[in-house]
Design a protein around this ligand. Sequence first.
Ligand SMILES: Cc1cc2nc3c(=O)[nH]c(=O)nc-3n(C[C@H](O)[C@H](O)[C@H](O)COP(=O)(O)OP(=O)(O)OC[C@H]3O[C@@H](n4cnc5c(N)ncnc54)[C@H](O)[C@@H]3O)c2cc1C
Length: 455
Amino acid sequence: MTLRDLPPATHDLIGIGFGPSNLALAIALQELASAGRPLDAHFLEKQQDYHWHGNTLVSQSEMQISFLKDLVSMRNPTSPYSFVNYLHRHGRLVDFINLRTFYPSRMEYNDYLRWAAAHFAGQCSHGEEVVAIEPDGREGPGGRIDRVRVRSADAQGRERVRMARAIVLSTGGTPRIPQPFAGLQGDSRVTHHGGYLNWITRQPCASGKPMRIAVIGAGQSGAEAFIDLHDCYPSAKVDWIVRGAALKPADDSPFVNEIFAPAYTDVVFEQAQAGRDRLIEEYLNTNYSVIDADLIERIYAMLYRQKVSGQFRVNLLTRKSVQAAQAVTNGIELTITSASPGDDASTESRRYDAVVLATGYERENHRRLLAPLASYLGDFSVDRDYRVRARSELAVPVYLQGFCQSSHGLSDTLLSVLPARAEEIASSVHDALTAQRRWTAQPAQAGGTQAIAAT
Ligand SMILES: Cc1cc2nc3c(=O)[nH]c(=O)nc-3n(C[C@H](O)[C@H](O)[C@H](O)COP(=O)(O)OP(=O)(O)OC[C@H]3O[C@@H](n4cnc5c(N)ncnc54)[C@H](O)[C@@H]3O)c2cc1C
């Protein structure tokens, strides 16, 4: 009998994805267990081993957040999982202090996260992609669903089923592919920035052959790709195509930064939806379509040096919008128009050997994975504790991390509130499961919503 033939294991909690959000949760759950409130939690991660946005880790990329906002310090500065302890354990604390920075490289932060994740190796199954979360066929006492089936598949397509009494879904974003490129998915000449490093090493410019490459998108990823292509691939000619008239800096000034404080989550959540939307809109320039100011300086200097030398290998094309993209025999042809309405609406065609889409991420994959539970979960709106509001028949609490920006604010998709959020969710799961066990003997009140969260 193989492992796959055994009856499915049941866990108190299954966490989907093992990025920073669920890693922070694993740490919070360990603290809870030490305080006498243990839970049997298991995490499923589709990557074969730990990488944090591994295909974007170009050598010059730096964190956009202080190392003090690591997985745990803001909640528990004495935790062994702090970034400072990581440095200490690796013999680099003094050297890091000498760097005099709050912003480690993303490579180092990835190494920190890997180190922290290794402590939870026994609680995470890597190389398993969750494909669906379904109601258990069996109804519990009073007609309630008190377990869900979590179906995953490994790289060979072999399926495995586990049962869970609670779910925390933290699967991150999925690449946003603009409409003109929708038909080019799978074309090896086009990549989203999320797959950049693996892709660029297979391009002709990696072995010194000439190439023309377009980078699309005016945010941090576009800037990083543009600099990397300039610095590391001298045979590449690069056009960076952006809609705006200028590259804009991310606002990380101190007063504005207060919106990323854990307490600000309450400020956003307590508003009616229109107020939340206003707050989010007001501070979009902290995170979306903006670039770290020091990278902007670097890019400006780079372009200035080209003016001095008279040799133009990389170009920034502003106020341009890609209307269409077509695969042709010798490249990808882009139809590009001036983006601003008052301009002479000129349209031009440009051909490139390859295209990098630095076009951001969508946060929708929770809907796909939870689709079998949709009739219980309604519109996927969440309570303050990140628990999806559900019909009372679903006794399994479902939590979302990274999909709650519209209710919890801009920090939801970032690292800033991980320690506080992890503790809130850990504690809420514990309370919900305690209530679930208490209610197994009682009849359900069909049709209600969120009755199970009421104690
Ligand atoms: C290039 C880049 C740089 C960034 N830099 C910063 C920064 O400096 N500061 C900051 O605050 N934020 C930054 N962010 C935002 C980023 O969202 C957070 O840093 C952080 O990664 C969020 O953690 P997460 O665990 O919610 O999501 P993710 O880190 O995306 O992790 C999700 C995990 O779930 C796994 N997964 C997905 N689907 C499945 C499935 N079906 N089954 C099993 N596993 C699955 C993925 O493989 C992944 O490991 C950056 C984002 C990117 C893309």
